[in-house]
Design a protein around this ligand. Sequence first.
Ligand SMILES: Cc1ncc(COP(=O)(O)O)c(C=O)c1O
Length: 323
Amino acid sequence: MNWPKHFTLTNQPTPITKLDRMSALYPDYEVYLKRDDLTGVELTGNKVRKLDFLVAEARLQGAERVITCGGIQSNHCRATAFYAQKIGLNTTLVLKGEKPRQATGNYLLNQLLGVDIKIISQEEYQQVDAIMADLAESYSEPCYVIPEGGSNYVGAWGYAKAFDEIMQQMPEVETIVVATGSGGTHAGLLLGKLLFKSDVTIISVNVCDDAAFFKNKIVRILNEVREHYALDFSVSEDDVHIIDGYVGQGYAKVGDKEIEAIKRVARIEGFVLDPVYGIKAWLGFEDALQNNTLPGQRVLFIHTGGIFGLFPFADLFGNVDRS
Ligand SMILES: Cc1ncc(COP(=O)(O)O)c(C=O)c1O
């Protein structure tokens, strides 16, 4: 495959492991986990695969600074700041919300890196693309703007390449399930499926908005990829499979159900999912295992990282007794 120019700063391929106890709980399936949380420490998670391509593109365009946006605890923003640091680019983060009283999680990591941070309100965030464009004009150095979540026609290549990686590691996989927050990971996996003309089913569980929103967004990203790189494939909303119904109390809102599930998964299989993305996707995944609605038998859940997003919710875990 002729991949667009990219860096590979992280640990790839990430391991795939069989979840024996989960497989025993759901005997119709063999359940596997792809550890994309193990791409790195500062560079943990799905965002860094997109950044392999986005930061390379920034470099190609001669940028000296990257500007991106997300929530106060955005994994994408933390990953961008560390990626840019390693490549020698400056970073500006436009963060939505309120300055935390105590720096923790991803916000703490951004602060210790000393990147430029601009905090804006939820309302102002509606205009975040315009705000980032204005900021880019305000710097004397050339800037490269990365949209929310790195989810565009450049970032999508990261998960097309991950799809190829999965096929080499586990050609027998039948269904891949992942979280969707801004659509880029799902779009990238689907791009890989289309490029390699694969039969694997790609499904995501949305952690915000709804299935209609993401079907539209993911097709839009893929159409942009096709146009920008003059590729030959067609895709429609029917090709985008979303499990809806696991947003819970809202994006980045965490209830007892998620907290209990994080503890349960950790105690059954010994890995930790984050409260904003991973656990909500997992709840959708487990219900589908339970209801036998996933195609095929060999199913792979992608752990997309997000561990630093756990710590701002420490209070919700109480004293984490075993009850
Ligand atoms: C840990 C984690 N998992 C999943 C996602 C969802 O990925 P995407 O934004 O590509 O849909 C994100 C970011 O949004 C994330 O930070």
